[in-house]
Design a protein around this ligand. Structure first.
Ligand code: RFL
Ligand code: PHB
Length: 389
């Protein structure tokens, strides 16, 4: 088979790219290692920047999101007894929206089905060949037989553990990484959110986050040890620990219930450079990871897709390879700023095992400065709502 763009990975990055390109008449195929149910079963991001929302509109998949999402004009930050709000609307004129990654992915799959988009599930042993030549191709196994896709370009949208990044030789690839000495234990529960804004809470006992999906679905996280397993935590122990980390007024009104999902995610900052090798382009988690504290993972994936789909349109419609040649540079310029924000917000609100008295005084001084200083709040808000593409 031959397509213009072979896309590895059927997560949000790969689906969004194929949808945007298909609408412009560019032929794609998406090769996904798992099943659709598996991809839809993963509970991940909840916060979308307006740039992401715009991209969903451009892809023609925003109808349900526009109806069901919650607009958030601000957030609450707490640190021990200190509590204050950051008003995105007042400081930036912008906002974020709450709409789960699961729903984004479902809408994209539905749209791909409606347009007859080619998606192969259970595609095994994917290999990318000739990415540094003008005639790349991808091979994979499915239904017990080998398949080959010839293409003009390959988009590596296969997440952190995919094959695309590994295809770039080590002599070309440079990786930058920071692994944090803790994880987040997340719980999804069919209970009303404790507050109408998110609460990012630093405390003596570690970080906590109160988030949501809709009026009767809440998402909560607590910082936990990397040696914990989700099964070690009963629902009761989770709620008790969460209440000890958030301001008393919210702990008093928090409605608890049985968890419908409980999992632990390790925290990592990671960037690979360059994001292009010949005719292979890396997008989203395949190229970079942020700790979830700044809600930037899915949003940085979206900015990559914005740059790449425009670069491919420029190539096919105007016969101009400027966008392709500058893809890595443009994407990375924005990525590093999101990395910085996610890293600094993680440092601001978590307890680190090696933190001494001095480190804690620095953390508290950072919090005080943010609480008292409108310019500092404005910088936070600009980063949170999303830097321009
Ligand atoms: P994904 O979603 O990992 O999708 C990659 C897909 O590729 C498939 N795959 C392969 N397919 C073929 N061949 C192979 N060899 C393959 N290897 C892998 C996988 O099965 C998968 O379907 O990457 P993508 O599309 O780049 O999307 C990135 C986002 O999923 C990720 O950045 C966010 O979920 C991060 N994230 C958050 N981002 C935000 O913007 N806001 C948030 O509020 C937010 N919260 C979070 C998060 C991530 C979390 N976890 C669990 C890591 C909260 C958490 C807890
Ligand atoms: C979520 O709702 O899952 C979520 C929200 C904000 C974050 C991270 C995760 O910073």
């Amino acid at each position: 088979m031959r397509v213009q763009v072979a896309i590895i990975g059927g997560g949000p990055s790969g689906l969004l790219l194929s949808q945007l390109l298909h609408r412009k008449g560019i032929d794609t195929i998406v090769l996904e290692r798992k099943t659709r149910e598996y991809v839809l079963g993963r509970i991940r991001a909840g916060i979308l920047e307006t740039g992401f929302v715009e991209l969903m509109r451009e892809a023609g998949v925003a109808e349900r999101m526009d109806k069901e999402c919650f607009v958030h004009d601000g957030t609450v930050i707490s640190y021990g007894d200190i509590e204050f709000g950051i008003n995105f609307k007042e400081l930036t004129g912008s906002h974020v929206v709450v709409y789960g990654q699961t729903e984004v992915t479902r809408d994209l799959y539905d749209a791909r089905d409606a347009m007859g988009g080619k998606i192969v599930f259970n595609a095994d042993d994917i290999q990318i060949h000739g990415a540094d030549s003008d005639t790349p191709y991808v091979t994979y196994q499915a239904d017990g037989t080998g398949h080959r896709i010839d293409c003009d370009f390959v988009a590596g949208c296969d997440g952190f553990h995919g094959v695309s990044r590994q295809t770039i030789p080590l002599t070309v690839r440079r990786e930058y990484e920071k692994v944090y000495p803790f994880g987040w234990l997340g719980v999804l529960s069919e209970t009303p959110p404790v507050h109408d804004e998110l609460i990012y809470a630093g405390s003596e006992r570690g970080f906590a986050l109160c988030s949501m999906r809709n009026e009767n679905l809440s998402r909560y996280y607590i910082q936990c040890s990397l040696s914990d397993s989700a099964d070690d935590w009963t629902d009761q122990a989770f709620w008790q620990e969460l209440k000890r980390r958030i301001p008393a007024q919210y702990a008093a009104t928090l409605i608890t219930g049985p968890s419908v999902e409980k999992s632990i995610a390790a925290l990592r900052s990671f960037v690979t450079e360059p994001m292009r090798w010949g005719r292979l382009f890396l997008c989203g988690d395949a190229a970079h990871i942020v700790p979830p504290t700044g809600a930037k993972g899915l949003n940085t994936a979206a900015s990559d897709i914005h740059y790449l789909h425009n670069a491919l349109l420029q190539f096919y419609e105007d016969h101009d390879s400027e966008g392709i040649d500058r893809y890595s540079e443009k994407a990375l310029a924005r990525i590093w700023k999101a990395e910085r924000f996610s890293w600094s917000t993680t440092n601001l609100l978590h307890r680190f095992p090696e933190q001494n008295g001095f480190d804690l005084k620095m953390q508290k001084a950072d919090i005080d400065f943010l609480r008292e200083n409108k310019e500092a709040q404005s910088v936070f808000a600009q980063n949170y709502v999303g830097l321009p593409y």
